[in-house]
Design a protein around this ligand. Structure first.
Ligand code: PLP
Length: 393
């Protein structure tokens, strides 16, 4: 997708011979011809009416990601959570049943455990990676299946193709959050998913300076979610759309460099005496390594690890890293680290985290595009602060 990342979705939106897509900071659009205005307003002719509905810069971003995911259509949102919640609210009705996994991103998990049950929607959250258990739940009947693979932060893997087959049989919609893999490493639609979601805030933008979300898939489905969003108003800002377009031009370069860094660092940490556990789908001892190998082109730039000595050790090590932002974000050009309890799963209670196997001292590491040698040395220096022989005893 390297060429699409640079070129897709741009030419139709350029003006005045400019080589870049403009930011159209206009809330509304002027029509001198009232009949034409009416025809555009009722959707009979192409054009833009009002910024909550559509905007040319936002449309260019949607066009680019649509082509990269191999989708018929795409629509965008103010954040990744808006993409997820708008999609769920579009398709679910009281009495419906949803099957998902326990390890979705903390915000998604809150929608499942706190908000949807209030609407009389039943949620079944399965052990992530236990395909047989998930299939049993799907066979009981469900309207929608929501997957995230790899998951945040323990990078667990679900076989998209396998679940898609059953989803089709059961006439259930399969939605996949592809934020961690990006369209460079995984295309859920080609594996049988109906809809794919990204928090564009992360890798698509890639520079930790703009929020956004996007949904790609079949036109008839995406149009329904677009309609919900244009009324409910979780619209992407044109300035954010511009930053997404600019960021995506280097998505292929960034993701491969980050993936290489993550793979080598995960391996290095696996052999470090201060490290208790490393979670990375590229490691051969990862429980679903083979599935990751089959459905992903690379294993991604996210991993997590824990230290002997738990949270106390984490408090010693993380502040010593020179080349890392300690921040609640991921997917940026800068390496970004943080304890899962403060970042992805801050919304969960300690009991809920324990239930998910997220130790209070689990560190989420989002590898940036820095040189591997510097990142490795940085970790080595920081880990030296621990008295490893004590910690191991
Ligand atoms: N999905 C995943 C996998 C995430 O990591 C996040 C992170 O925040 C989201 C969705 C939500 O995205 P946003 O923060 O843009 O709302």
């Amino acid at each position: 997708h390297a060429t699409e990342a640079v070129w897709a979705g741009e030419k139709a939106y350029r003006v005045h011979g400019a080589s870049q897509v403009p930011v159209v900071n206009s809330v509304a659009y002027n029509y001198d011809d009232l009949d034409h205005w009416y025809q555009v307003a009722i959707g009979e002719e192409d054009g833009h009416i009002y910024g909550r509905n559509t905007n040319p810069t936002v449309a260019s971003f949607e066009d680019k990601i649509k082509q990269m995911e191999g989708a018929e259509a795409a629509t965008s949102f103010s954040t990744g959570m808006a993409a997820i919640s708008n999609t769920l609210h579009t398709f679910l009705r009281p009495g419906d049943r949803v099957v998902s996994i326990k390890d979705t991103y903390g915000g998604t998990n809150k929608i499942f455990t706190e908000f949807l049950p209030k609407l009389d929607i039943e949620i079944e959250l399965c052990e992530t990676g236990n395909h047989a258990a998930m299939e049993n739940e799907i066979k009981k009947g469900c309207r929608l299946i929501h997957l995230e693979t790899p998951t945040n932060p323990t990078v667990k893997i679900t076989d998209i193709e396998r679940i898609a087959e059953l989803a089709r049989e059961q006439d259930a919609l399969l939605v996949v959050d592809n934020t961690f893999a990006t369209p460079i490493l995984q295309n859920p639609l080609s594996l049988g998913a109906d809809l794919v979601i990204h928090s564009a805030t992360k890798f698509l933008g890639g520079h930790a300076d703009a929020l956004g979300g996007v949904l790609c898939g079949r036109k008839d489905l995406v149009e329904q979610v677009f309609h919900y969003r244009e009324i409910n108003g979780a619209t992407m800002d044109p300035n954010a759309a511009y930053l997404m377009i600019r960021g995506m031009k280097t998505l292929d370069l960034r993701v491969w460099k980050q993936t290489e860094n993550a793979g080598r660092l995960a391996e290095y940490l696996s052999g470090h005496p201060a490290v208790a556990e490393v979670f990375y789908p590229g490691l051969e001892d990862h429980p679903n390594h083979e599935i990751a190998k089959k459905q992903m082109k690379g294993f991604g730039s996210m991993f997590s690890f824990s230290l002997h000595g738990g949270m106390d050790a984490v408090k010693e090590v993380l502040p010593r890293l020179e080349f890392a932002n300690r921040a609640a974000n991921l997917g940026a050009v800068e390496t970004t680290v943080g304890p899962a309890r403060t970042t992805s799963h801050v919304e969960s209670t300690p009991e809920e985290r324990a239930e998910l196997g997220i130790a209070e001292g689990l560190i989420r590491y989002s590898a940036g595009i820095e040189s591997f040698d510097d990142l490795k040395q940085d970790l080595e220096n920081a880990l030296q602060a621990l008295n490893v022989s004590n910690a191991q005893s």
